[in-house]
Design a protein around this ligand. Structure first.
Ligand code: NAG
Length: 84
């Protein structure tokens, strides 16, 4: 049982690391802000990205299904981690 859990967490960890390497991370340094919102663990999280390319990178890296929105109010404190 313990071995199983260890194996599962190892797989999860590596899948995440691989995902980060597989995501394109180079975006043009264009400032054309877009906001995205997504449900993360049942909470609506809204973040602003400096352009839609960065939104795509975040979606790929963290597996977040961002929907573009024009409502940029109430940005989440998690954005620093998710939107850079
Ligand atoms: C934007 O979202 C906030 C809260 O998340 C909400 O109170 C507000 O009504 C929304 N504005 C629009 C234009 O939808």
């Amino acid at each position: 049982m313990k071995f199983c859990l260890a194996l599962i967490s190892l797989l999860l960890c590596c899948a995440q690391i691989l995902a980060i390497y597989e995501c394109p991370s180079i975006c043009p340094a264009v400032f054309s802000p877009v906001c995205g919102e997504a449900n993360i663990k049942g909470r609506l999280v809204r973040c602003q990205f400096s352009n839609s390319c960065r939104l795509g990178v975040s979606a790929c890296k963290y597996g977040i299904n961002w929907r573009e929105t024009s409502n940029c109010s109430g940005l989440s404190p998690y954005c620093r981690a998710l939107a850079n």
